[in-house]
Design a protein around this ligand. Structure first.
Ligand code: ATP
Length: 313
């Protein structure tokens, strides 16, 4: 598979502060790649570097085979960006916004008019297409901003925190749209987010960034195998347990959260579960059910933070 973004030993500084530290990774054609990290991790800086708006202190960047330093304009013509501030003209209607940006991007009138109808329909904005944007909800504005970013059929779509200001319902709509954009057209999506569930839902691969450093990179399955954050098991009881379950009563336990008739136990591996049940039966527990929870990106993320803290000790 062809790479559409290649970053090698990239370092970027603002004054003495290193915002990105010696990063190397590639993004492959057609994948949804999530750059995940807390505020200040370096996500927006990365998007700006990829679009040629900053020049890196060290290292090399290629986007669609081009150097953003010398070919920023060409890269911006072939890609689409959606930032947190959607940069729409509030006093214009949706149709007028799309027409304005389409003309700016150099689309011929006949192509543009057809494309505008297509994106308005895809983003379910037809009924309000001739209303001013300042009458739109945040979710509608974000859908329109996505429509604008897709006007030119970009080869890469950069999304910087696309749902951070949206309520859960609008965020869900945007997630569904990103999924269908991807299924329809095979776009490559470079998604920056601090939302774990967003990255988990949308991304084929995730890069976890913290303070400008890459902590981990891979598919969810690869990250699970590599960092083994442990499994959570939920045990439902008929009546409260008399004693306590701890690492001393049962091997392979990482954490126990015990409430009246429910236990949440984190174990190292699946094979610790029978031993847990045996230990509970040994304490005369009346067990109603034992359920293994799915390992989530959140589990991996917290495990990585824990590893980073231990490494720093
Ligand atoms: P957020 O989600 O808060 O936008 P982010 O992951 O996008 O976070 P960046 O905006 O890329 O993070 O910032 C990375 C680091 O670089 C931060 O420490 C930030 O303070 C610093 N930084 C970003 N832009 C500038 C700038 N123009 N001048 C100085 N420092 C900057």
């Amino acid at each position: 598979m062809e790479n559409v973004i290649s970053i090698q030993q990239l370092t970027h500084r603002f004054g003495d502060r290193e915002a990105l530290k010696d990063l190397s990774y590639e993004v492959m054609q057609g994948e949804v790649f999530a750059l995940l990290g807390p505020n200040g991790a370096g996500k927006t800086t990365t998007i700006r570097l990829l679009n040629g708006l900053y020049t890196p202190a060290q290292g090399s960047i290629r986007v669609l085979g081009m150097d953003p330093g010398s070919h920023g304009g060409e890269i911006r013509r072939q890609t689409g960006v959606l930032t947190e501030t959607n940069a729409l003209y509030e006093r214009l209607t949706a149709r007028e916004n799309l027409r304005f940006f389409g003309t700016l991007y150099g689309l011929p009138e006949s192509v543009l008019l057809k494309k505008i109808d297509e994106v308005l329909s895809f983003f379910a904005l037809e009924a309000r297409a001739d209303d001013r944007v300042d009458t739109y909800s945040k979710g509608m504005k974000q859908r329109l901003a996505l429509a604008r970013a897709l006007l030119t059929e970009p080869r890469i779509l950069f999304l910087d925190e696309p749902t951070s200001s949206l309520d859960p319902e609008s965020a869900l709509q945007v997630h569904e749209l990103i999924e269908s954009i991807r299924q329809n057209d095979g776009h490559t999506v470079f998604l920056c987010t601090h939302r774990l569930e967003e990255a988990e839902r949308l991304a084929d691969r995730v890069a976890i960034l913290n303070s400008g450093k890459l902590l981990a990179l891979g598919t969810l399955d690869e990250l699970k195998k590599k960092y083994n954050p442990g499994l959570w098991v939920e045990v439902k009881l008929m009546e409260p347990l008399k004693g306590k379950i701890t690492g001393n009563t049962c091997r392979g336990l990482l954490k126990v959260e015990q409430s009246a008739v429910q236990l949440k136990v984190q174990v190292e591996e699946e094979d610790a579960i029978p031993a847990l049940v045996t230990a509970l039966v040994g304490q005369n527990a009346r067990i109603l059910g034992v359920e293994q929870q799915r390992v989530t990106l959140e589990d991996i993320y917290f495990k990585l933070q824990e590893n980073a803290r231990e490494g720093a000790k």
